[in-house]
Design a protein around this ligand. Structure first.
Ligand code: MN
Length: 454
């Protein structure tokens, strides 16, 4: 991992925090292995995926179960071998290659905690492992020669649940990485906002974001959503138009940065001019902040999601977008026309982090509320959870068309919808670290620091 010069003085605290993080990870891994009947764990960083009939590969993404052990997010075919009671071993892939530059042996704040073994290829990696892996669980892709390694089990579901469940509770080290990812993301967002104000096309706004984060697209935790005008109504809008539109009305940008393998996930919406859409953005920002104020340990996330629909019903009525009272807007499903996605999700090594539905490591899953099929988190919040809070209000043509065609049609003020639809939609998204008494807003703090030039 390259620590960005954009995050000043990050190394010292990371060095102090990594040891306790690794010790706690080792303890809970030992407990999970024992409970599931294994003696050791072998985790693969991932394989390079070749392009069909070509000698190129797709951009590499290290697997999250590997990244929880080391911030080494860029090197394929590495392994972490964990045997409780022993220092974890990192089998570091160091091929003899004159086509690509092999990654240098890592030396950083985390490396003293590992026994690092350079391996030229998979055969060398196998030779560096114990002769028998019969009681070892393996996590990762089933690469071609894995069958001959005779591991005890490949990706055992019960062990994966035992490892994923506690990943929701972030360690102080992980929180430091998530803060840094937010600081980088905020720098990108401020540059993107300036590019929008200057009249840039979607493509150029992305370039401004990348330059300010100091990351290229494949380093980011997800492809940015950069949507001008009506494109903001496409929830996972993926196009980057190279030409600026004739009329510039709005920008919805959902983009995050990466630090130490951890993701930020940040959305802002801007209006080009004062007016009804700008006022609606302000109302959604206020709504988002009141939802954030409800977040603390012990809160059932499904309740937060349902509360968002109650608050949204009031925003819709105040903006004259509906003609019914808020209770009827919820009962009839009208709020779901305007907000069809979940209110937020776990965040960490993956932008939609693992384990969002688990009741307990062994205890099955918690169902989503009826009629809300896209919610990605149903657990009760605990200290250390990091979640996104991302209410939205969109003018999505297929959902509006369906509402126009049924009983919901009389509840919606279509002239207001028609006048705002060219602005696409609004989403305001922050990353929150949950504590016993409330939450730390990693994203607002990062914007404040960026504004102050810190
Ligand atoms: Mn998100």
């Amino acid at each position: 991992m390259s620590l960005s010069p954009l995050v000043p003085a990050a190394r010292e605290p990371l060095a102090a925090l990594f040891g306790p993080h690794l010790a706690a990870l080792g303890q809970r891994t030992a407990a999970a292995l024992e409970s599931c009947g294994y003696e050791a764990l072998l985790v693969h960083s991932g394989s390079l995926l070749p392009v069909f009939q070509d000698d190129r590969t797709y951009p590499f993404e290290a697997n999250a179960p590997f990244k929880v052990w080391t911030p080494l997010a860029e090197v394929p075919d590495c392994f972490v071998h964990v045997q409780p009671g022993h220092r974890p071993r990192l089998l570091f892939h160091r091929p003899t290659d004159y086509w690509y530059k092999p990654a240098p042996l890592p030396q950083d704040y985390w490396t003293a905690h590992f026994e690092i073994v350079p391996c030229t290829d998979l055969t060398a990696a196998r030779a560096a492992l114990p002769r028998s892996l019969a009681r070892t669980a393996y996590l990762g892709e089933d690469f071609g020669t894995l069958a001959a390694w005779n591991v005890g089990e490949v990706n055992p579901p019960r062990l994966i649940r035992h490892l994923d469940f506690p990943r929701a509770m972030k360690s102080p080290y992980e929180l430091a990485c998530l803060r840094a990812a937010n600081r980088l993301g905020a720098l990108g967002h401020l540059a993107a906002e300036r590019a929008f104000t200057d009249g840039a096309a979607e493509f150029d706004i992305e370039l401004a974001f990348l330059a300010a984060c100091g990351q290229r697209e494949q380093d980011l935790p997800y492809n940015p959503i950069i949507a001008l005008n009506e494109n903001g109504a496409v929830l996972h809008y993926q196009v980057l138009e190279k030409r600026a539109p004739q009329t510039r009305r709005s920008l919805l940008i959902d983009a995050g940065a990466e630090f130490g393998g951890y993701a930020s996930d940040i959305t802002r919406t801007y209006a080009a001019a004062a007016g009804d859409f700008a006022a609606l953005i302000q109302a959604m920002d206020t709504l988002q902040q009141s939802l954030c104020a409800h977040v603390k340990a012990g809160v059932d996330w499904r309740e937060v999601h349902l509360l968002a629909h109650q608050l949204l019903a009031h925003v819709l009525r105040d903006a004259d977008l509906i003609s019914c009272d808020p209770d009827e807007a919820i009962a009839s499903g009208v709020t779901r026309v305007f907000l069809p996605h979940g209110i937020g999700h776990l965040l960490g090594l993956e932008v939609h982090d693992a384990g969002g539905f688990m009741r307990s490591p062994d205890g099955g899953d918690i169902a989503r509320p009826e009629g809300h099929p896209y919610l990605r988190l149903t657990r009760t919040l605990a200290p250390g959870f990091v979640v996104t809070m991302e209410p939205g209000l969109y003018f999505i043509e297929p959902l509006l068309a369906a509402a126009r065609a049924d009983a919901r049609a009389r509840l919606i003020r279509w002239s207001r919808v028609d006048s705002l639809q060219p602005c696409g939609g609004i989403r305001v998204e922050d990353d929150l670290a949950v504590s016993a008494t409330g939450c730390e807003n990693l994203t607002r703090d990062a914007f404040a620091a960026a504004h102050n030039g810190r």
